[in-house]
Design a protein around this ligand. Structure first.
Ligand code: CP
Length: 341
C-alpha cells in the first residue's frame, strides 16, 4: 500500500487500521520528529484547517494538535460545544443535529477531531457511537481525541515512545495496572493501550482489584491481537504479580463498570479501599526489570505513582511520551488529511 491510501481515513479506534497502516503512521511520526529537530520548516498541510471539538477538558491533546498543525503550516480551530449550536439531545427542538454539524464542519476543514467521554456522556459507549456517527456523515477524516472506549492517538504514542526507548517491542513485558486515585478516570487510554501493545507483540499483564473489570469486547480483541502477533495477555487481581519482571509499568486509575449507575461519589468511596495500589520505588526495585514508567498523564502524583519514580529521568518516560503526541498526531493529520510530503 502507499501512504496516499490513508487519505480520508478516520481514526476512531486502532482496531479499524491494519498493522501495516499503523506501522506507516509510526514511520512518518519518526520522520517528522527528526525533521522538527533538524529545524526544517514544513508546509505539508499549508492552508489546511483542523477542527477540534472538545466536549471535555484537555492539556496535552489540545496543545499537541494545535502546535502540530502550526508546525505543518496549517491552522487549527478550538471549538467548545457550548459556543456552538450542536446538541447531543436527539429530540426535535433539542438543538442542531450531529449530522448537520458534521456536514457543515467538513465544508470548512480538511479534518475534524472530537473528544467526548466521562461526564459528557449518559452511558458507556455513547461517546464512541457519536464519533462513528460523525464518521458516517463526514466528508473529511474524523480523529478520536479521546472517547469513552478508545484513545488511539494516545496508544499509538505509547507504542512510538516504547519503541524509541526499548527498541523492538516483541517479547517485552508491559504491566498495565489499576492504581488508586479519586479522579475516577475513564477507560479509553488503558483499553487502547492493551489493544495496541498486544498487536505489537508485547506480553501484556493487566491488573486491577475485583470490581474494576474492563470492556469484555476489548479484552477479547486484546487476546486476539496477542495471538496474532505472538505476544500474550493475562489478567490478574494482584498488582505485584502483574509487575513482576516488567520492562514497563503503566499505573493508572480507572472507573468501575458501574460508574454510570452509581455516580462519581460512590466511585471515589470504592477506590478509597485500594490505596495500596500504587507504583512505589520499593515495588520497582524489588519486582520489576527495570519497570520504566509509562503514563498517558495527567498523573496523580503520590497516589498512582511515587514522585521518586515520576521524577527519575532514567525510569520515567512520561514527558517524552507527552511530547510524542505532537509528532504522532502530525503524522496522523498529514497522512489522513492529504498532506503534500
Ligand atoms: N493524555 C491526554 O489525553 O491528556 P489530556 O487529557 O490532557 O489531553
Amino acid at each position: 500500500m502507499s501512504w496516499n491510501d490513508l487519505e480520508g481515513k478516520d481514526l476512531i479506534s486502532v482496531k479499524d487500521w491494519t498493522k501495516e497502516e499503523l506501522d506507516i503512521l509510526l514511520r512518518v511520526a519518526g520522520d517528522l520528529k527528526s525533521r522538527y529537530y533538524s529545524g526544517e520548516e514544513l508546509d505539508i498541510l499549508e492552508n489546511d484547517t483542523f477542527m477540534m471539538l472538545f466536549f471535555n477538558s484537555s492539556t496535552r491533546t489540545r496543545q499537541s494538535f494545535e502546535a502540530g498543525m502550526s508546525q505543518l503550516g496549517g491552522h487549527s480551530q478550538f471549538l467548545a460545544p457550548e459556543t456552538m449550536r450542536i446538541s447531543l439531545d436527539r429530540e426535535p427542538g433539542g438543538g442542531e443535529s450531529i449530522k448537520d454539524t458534521t456536514k457543515v464542519m467538513g465544508r470548512y476543514s480538511e479534518g475534524i477531531g472530537v473528544r467526548l467521554l466521562e461526564d459528557k456522556v449518559d452511558y458507556y459507549g455513547q461517546g464512541t457511537e457519536i464519533l462513528y456517527e460523525m464518521g458516517k456523515y463526514s466528508t473529511v477524516p474524523i480523529i478520536n481525541m479521546a472517547s469513552d472506549i478508545y484513545h488511539p492517538c494516545q496508544s499509538m504514542t505509547d507504542i512510538m515512545t516504547m519503541q524509541e526507548k526499548v527498541g523492538a517491542l516483541r517479547g517485552k513485558k508491559i504491566a498495565v495496572t489499576w492504581a488508586y486515585s479519586p479522579w475516577v478516570r475513564s477507560w479509553g487510554s488503558i483499553q487502547s493501550n492493551i489493544l495496541t501493545s498486544a498487536l505489537f507483540g508485547m506480553d501484556v499483564n493487566l491488573a486491577h482489584p475485583e470490581g474494576y473489570e474492563l470492556d469484555p469486547d476489548v479484552l477479547d480483541l486484546t487476546e486476539e491481537n496477542a495471538k496474532k502477533s505472538g505476544g500474550s495477555f493475562t489478567v490478574t487481581n494482584e498488582m505485584d504479580e502483574a509487575i513482576k519482571e516488567a520492562d514497563i509499568v503503566y499505573p493508572r486509575n480507572w472507573m468501575s463498570p458501574d460508574r454510570y449507575e452509581i455516580g462519581r461519589e460512590k466511585e471515589i468511596e470504592m477506590a478509597g479501599k485500594h490505596k495500596d495500589w500504587k507504583y512505589t520505588k520499593k515495588r520497582q526495585e524489588e519486582l520489576t526489570d527495570p519497570g520504566y514508567l509509562l503514563h498517558c498523564m495527567p498523573v496523580d502524583r503520590g497516589n498512582e505513582v511515587e514522585d521518586e519514580i515520576m521524577d527519575d529521568p532514567e525510569l520515567s518516560f512520561v514527558y517524552d511520551q507527552a511530547e510524542n503526541r505532537l509528532h504522532l498526531q502530525k503524522a496522523l493529520m498529514a497522512l489522513t488529511m492529504g498532506g503534500s510530503f
